[in-house]
Design a protein. Structure first.
Length: 201
């Protein structure tokens, strides 16, 4: 592992968007839900094409409904449940196969809290990987967020379903944290570490 990571100032999010496009799907890990939401809102505001936000945690939805975050015209927010998840996911897959979209699934912790049986977890993981394959063909970006915490040995504590996605060689894995007034997004498990710095003030 390169001990001298590259730092990229990316206030307009162009570089991190390009990085996400290279890694479809991209897994965005974070330990603080509010930092994650702040970044996702910045990302959404920087994108002009259609955006599908699958809000399993309902945090972003709460901000929008309260008026703390302004809803964009190109943003569709979905709140699937155990009964309608397959239909909602099928609609997303069809749309992603036809046009360039940004799909944000927030988060896999919420998904696996709903689906507690192994068969459903496998189905969700397969659908996410299918979205990734379709996304590459349509130049779409697929981002799946996950809340994690680090143990003392630097290992992440993460839901079992999330571990299965992270182990896939096809996914790009990124870790988000906020230091003072800067959001830092780092790529994980790469031979060349790259840190994207976004100034929030």
């Amino acid at each position: 592992m390169d001990k001298s990571p590259e730092w990229v100032l990316d206030n307009n999010l162009i570089h991190i968007q390009n990085e996400f496009k290279k890694n479809v799907p991209s897994i965005l890990l974070c330990s603080e839900p509010f930092h994650k939401t702040e970044f996702l809102n910045r990302l959404i505001n920087s994108v002009e094409n259609s955006i599908i936000f699958v809000d399993m945690d309902l945090l972003y939805t709460g901000y929008v409904e309260s008026g703390m975050i302004q809803r964009k015209d190109n943003l569709l927010i979905l709140n699937p449940d155990k009964e309608n998840w397959r239909k909602k996911l099928s609609d997303i897959i069809i749309k992603t196969s036809k046009e360039k979209v940004l799909v944000i699934i927030d988060s896999f912790n919420g998904i696996y809290n709903i689906f507690d049986d192994l068969e459903s977890v496998r189905f969700i993981n397969s659908c996410i990987m299918l979205l990734g394959s379709l996304g590459k063909n349509s130049d779409s970006t697929i981002i799946v967020t996950g809340m994690v915490r680090k143990k003392e040995n630097d290992e992440w504590v993460i839901s079992p379903g999330g571990k299965q996605i992270i182990k896939s060689e096809k996914t790009g894995i990124f870790y988000l944290k906020k230091i003072e007034e800067k959001i830092i997004i780092s790529n994980v498990d790469k031979t060349k570490v790259k840190n994207f710095k976004i100034e929030t003030k």
